[in-house]
Design a protein around this ligand. Structure first.
Ligand SMILES: [Zn+2]
Ligand SMILES: [Zn+2]
Length: 75
């Protein structure tokens, strides 16, 4: 079993980070049941999924255009 750190973000999501891989994983490169050895809290942080994605200005305009088009088609 590999050692994992469970990280808890303020958004409520959990992430598992491998802290130590066992010899079996190193040889077979196969996933094995994670052994959570550490717990970490990130009360001031949110996970990558919940972080606002930075889009260039042009992209936002493009998405808005597509959205309005779709709304028209639904009518
Ligand atoms: Zn392992
Ligand atoms: Zn999240």
């Amino acid at each position: 079993m590999c050692d994992f750190t469970q990280r808890e973000y303020s958004c409520g999501h959990l992430r598992w980070l491998a802290s130590k891989h066992c010899s079996e994983f190193k040889v077979k490169r196969k996933r094995c049941p994670p052994n959570i050895t550490d717990f970490e809290e990130r009360p001031n942080d949110i996970c990558g999924e919940c972080k606002p994605k930075k889009h260039p200005e042009g992209m936002i305009a493009f998405v808005n255009k597509m959205e309005s088009k779709r709304r028209v088609c639904q009518l």
